[in-house]
Design a protein around this ligand. Structure first.
Ligand SMILES: Nc1ncnc2c1ncn2[C@@H]1O[C@H](COP(=O)(O)OP(=O)(O)OP(=O)(O)O)[C@@H](O)[C@H]1O
Length: 359
């Protein structure tokens, strides 16, 4: 017999004032997996999380924990009986309780009956020396670590996290994210984490659930979402993008960068050819001569520099192609600041190009 997923959600629908903010949402999270609900503000991420937590009820759909229903058309198991831990944005620790008492809060028998578990968890997040401190004596990052182990102390089957790192200083964030991830993996908890930051989802998730207007528009490993986005908006969510517009003729679309295969799209349809700025190749002009076409990069097109800016780790160079006046941005590692009007040859890495019917 196969083990059911730790968390499974089937056809979840929730509407406010007749407007669906969660629309036929389906996903599953396995033990030891981090799934990130990712999407722009207002797309329904927090509402989905609240439904799973049990603090709100869906209009229809089912939620299962370890294969057992906790919510369906009739059944509504209250939040405290779902084996689900919560860690929300304002992870407020109880100010009148010490660190050890905070961590032991959800444990039967309190701190005195659970000294070993509390000590082990605090050790795990390097907070042992603060065991008797009170929340106001801790930094934001320290409070966050205590909040994490408080949520994990009762060994929930599923941990729900809503923008848990958003209150932290940016320099602290990466370290705490990595530490959190290591602890979650060790505990083997299934995690559903809400974020609107693609970088956070890429860093944390085994599985990204990309949401838009209440629906999950794509789900899969970070690599797949980045390298095989479902549509233009999904591509644009993870980085800036360049778009070349074209029209299909005989399963091909002609551009200054050569022809692109557009099979399955009817003749005369408009398409968008999308490429991320870091996937453009740039070559110098040699008296009007550019690089020869290649299988990997197609045909080179002559372009002029509009503006170049240094961004720290990389440089952003804006171009316009001579043919067709197409505006294209290229991201180049390090310092690369050619003056305006410099002619250069651009190529598109064919394996990094996405073709979508125009939306
Ligand atoms: N109790 C409610 N009553 C009416 N509308 C609500 C309620 N809760 C949420 N909404 C609406 O549902 C939509 C989705 O909200 P939700 O908080 O789930 O989005 P989100 O993706 O988590 O956004 P954010 O990242 O800004 O928190 C929003 O338009 C919001 O105004």
């Amino acid at each position: 017999m196969t083990t059911p997923p730790r968390l499974e959600v089937q056809n979840l629908i929730r509407a406010f004032d007749g407007q669906r903010v969660v629309d036929r949402v389906v996903f599953a999270v396995e033990a030891g997996q981090v799934a990130c609900l990712l999407g722009p503000s207002g797309c329904g991420k927090s509402t989905t999380l609240r439904l799973v937590a049990g603090v709100d009820r869906p209009d229809s759909g089912q939620i299962f924990v370890d294969g057992k229903p906790v919510c369906d058309g009739k059944l509504h198991i209250p939040p405290e009986r779902r084996s689900v831990g919560l860690m929300f944005q304002d992870f407020a620790l109880f100010p009148h309780l010490s660190v050890s008492e905070n961590v032991a809060f959800g444990l039967k028998g309190g701190y005195s009956a659970n000294r070993a578990r509390v000590a082990e968890l605090l050790e795990r997040v390097r907070m042992s020396s603060h065991i008797d401190s009170y929340p106001h004596e801790l930094s934001g990052g320290e409070q966050q670590r205590v909040a994490l182990v408080r949520a994990l102390a009762p060994q929930p089957r599923v941990l729900l996290m809503d923008e848990p790192f958003s209150g932290l200083d940016e320099r602290l964030r990466d370290g705490i994210r990595d530490e959190t991830l290591a602890l979650l993996k060790e505990e083997g908890t299934a995690v559903l984490l809400v974020t609107h930051e693609p970088d956070e989802a890429m860093r944390m998730a085994d599985q990204i659930l990309l949401m838009r207007d209440g629906r999950i528009v794509q789900q899969g490993a970070p690599y797949n979402l980045y390298n095989a986005p479902a549509d233009r908006q999904a591509a644009a969510f993870f980085s800036d993008i360049n778009i070349l517009n074209g029209v299909v003729q005989g399963a091909l679309t002609e551009t200054p960068f050569g022809d692109f295969l557009t099979p399955g799209i009817p003749d005369g349809s408009e398409v968008e050819i999308v490429i991320r700025p870091q996937h453009l190749k740039i070559d110098f002009d040699r008296a009007g001569q550019g690089p020869a076409p290649t299988h990997e990069n197609g045909t080179a097109a002559l372009a002029r520099v509009v503006r170049a800016r240094y961004l720290g780790r990389e440089s952003l160079v804006e171009f316009t192609t001579d043919q067709g006046g197409i505006a294209l941005n290229a991201v180049v590692p390090g310092v690369f600041l050619p003056p305006a009007d410099t002619p250069m040859w651009l190529m598109l890495r064919r394996d990094r190009v996405f073709v979508f019917p125009k939306e």
